[in-house]
Design a protein around this ligand. Structure first.
Ligand SMILES: Nc1ncnc2c1ncn2[C@@H]1O[C@H](COP(=O)(O)OP(=O)(O)OP(=O)(O)O)[C@@H](O)[C@H]1O
Ligand SMILES: [Mg+2]
Length: 455
């Protein structure tokens, strides 16, 4: 096979040397041509080489061409195959198309036609790949996977929509688990840099002494462990986006270097002296109040303003409770699929608990809870009793308070529910329950009796 760089590989399958030779001659002008003389050889080449198009003779010595076609399609249903048939076998050509061939040519070949059908098939192949890629990207970064209809989250969607079309530097504020990384990805993948890398780096998770070399790379010998040259995130993200997560954790001297890189659009690897141009879009995120960190000189004020060109404030989940049912539905659907379950939803009581809970871990906490519930539940409906204990209790207290009522009644109700809950966790074992409650077994027995709780 004569291999030229970047030309798509076309495999020609025919047992007649003369046919192989003439097809190769004409196709070689535009493609890299590979040849096979039997069905078996063709299948081997397809498995071994990056074939993009096959010209397949319908009459081969070892296998019927139709059989080879079916095997090719089994191996890769998107691989384009053009069948070569005798002029008088129109019926077989139709049959081939039905089995997945994308076109056919008849012998003797018209060389113009050979080139035209090859171009057409490869163009179609390119489009199919593009559609697959775009679909995948949309799934990854579209709004389809960012759930929410509350006014607060819609405001965020609007900013994303506008800002993704620019190269503006974005700073995302939000409590833990509110979706900061999800939003950063959406901004990148909806914008003009979407074909280029999106590189996340968690500034708080990387040991301080390594962070500079992670960001800017290093030359061989820059420090004791630098046994070879290494590219930093800035260079890897060139023409793409660098996502600086938990930016507030950055040490002051690293902040200075980061600021320089942003202003000059150039970096220097550690231990190197060459300045390297980089074109990187910066999106950063923080879950602490960076402004007050800047005021108290833990964070450079100039860097703060350099990063905070477009601020995005992600609301906590408790500030947009109306999105909770949507998120529950979305995660249930995903985990139903993942665990092959058929859970249809939550009882009203259970949903009320979720709606009243405070969600300190925001969407991530909700997602994890739904995952756990879906994994453990065998029935179709999740009830309040299935919920984690604190969520269940918290939900019911809030409900009592919401309904108003005397403190005495409320605390009585709470006590009863609490004891009931504990008893359930220990499958009715009163000794264990008493120990958990921190009261004597007899005291528990009396309480149960006065509350009308069954043993
Ligand atoms: N609106 C949303 N719709 C669907 N899934 C969401 C949404 N918001 C967050 N998630 C999911 O919740 C999880 C946490 O989101 P993400 O990692 O983006 O949060 P974060 O703000 O970066 O959290 P941390 O501060 O802990 O790094 C992810 O699995 C994400 O896909
Ligand atoms: Mg994050």
């Amino acid at each position: 096979m004569k291999k030229e760089k970047n030309l798509p590989v076309v495999l020609v399958v025919d047992d007649e040397p003369a046919v192989l030779e003439s097809l190769t001659a004409i196709l070689e002008e535009e493609f890299t041509v590979s040849t096979a003389r039997s069905g078996k050889e063709a299948l081997e080449k397809i498995a071994a080489e990056q074939v993009r198009l096959v010209f397949l003779d319908i009459a081969l010595p070892d296998m019927d061409g139709m059989q080879v076609l079916r095997k090719i399609k089994e191996y890769d249903k998107n691989l384009s195959v053009i069948m070569a048939t005798a002029t008088d076998s129109a019926r077989r050509a139709v049959e081939a198309m039905q089995s997945g061939a994308c076109n056919y040519i008849t012998k003797p070949f018209d060389m113009e036609e050979v080139i035209t059908v090859a171009r057409k098939a490869l163009e179609q192949d390119r489009l199919i790949r593009e559609v697959i890629y775009l679909r995948w990207q949309r799934e990854e970064a579209g709004f389809d996977n960012i759930i929410g209809r509350s006014p607060k989250i819609r405001e965020v969607f609007e900013i994303i929509e506008k800002v993704s079309q620019t190269n503006a530097t974005v700073l995302i504020f939000g409590e833990s688990g509110t979706g900061k990384e999800l939003i950063a990805r959406a901004i990148h993948f909806r914008g003009p840099r979407k074909q280029k890398p999106f590189i996340p780096i968690n500034c708080a998770a990387i040991p301080e002494n390594l962070l500079e070399s992670e960001l800017f790379g290093h030359e061989k010998g820059a420090f004791t462990d630098a046994t070879s040259q290494k590219l930093g995130m800035f260079e890897l993200a060139d023409e793409g986006t660098l996502f600086l997560d938990e930016i507030s954790g950055l040490r002051l001297d690293v902040q200075a270097n980061l600021l320089r890189a942003l202003e000059e659009k150039e970096i220097r690897r550690l231990g190197g002296n060459k300045l390297i141009k980089v074109d990187v879009r910066i999106i950063s995120a923080t879950n602490t109040d960076l402004k007050s960190a800047a005021n108290s000189e833990k964070f450079r004020e100039d860097l703060y303003y350099r990063l905070n060109v477009v601020p995005v404030n992600l609301p906590a989940l408790r500030e947009r409770r109306e999105d909770i049912p949507l998120l529950v539905e979305y995660f249930l659907k995903r985990y139903n699929q993942a665990f092959r379950k058929d859970i249809v939803g939550l009882t009203k009581e259970a949903m009320d608990c979720l709606l009243e809970y405070d969600w300190p871990g925001n969407v991530r906490e909700l997602k994890n809870i739904i995952e756990r519930l879906a994994a453990l539940k065998d029935g179709k409906l999740i009830t309040a009793k299935d919920l984690p204990f604190d969520l269940f209790i918290k939900g019911s207290i809030e409900k009592k308070l919401g309904g108003g009522g005397a403190l005495k009644q409320a605390s009585k109700d709470f006590e009863k529910q609490y004891i009931e809950g504990v008893l359930e966790r220990v499958s009715g074992n009163q000794t264990k329950a008493a120990r958990l409650l921190g009261i004597h077994r007899n005291a528990l027995f009396n309480k149960m009796k006065s509350m009308g709780l069954k043993k």
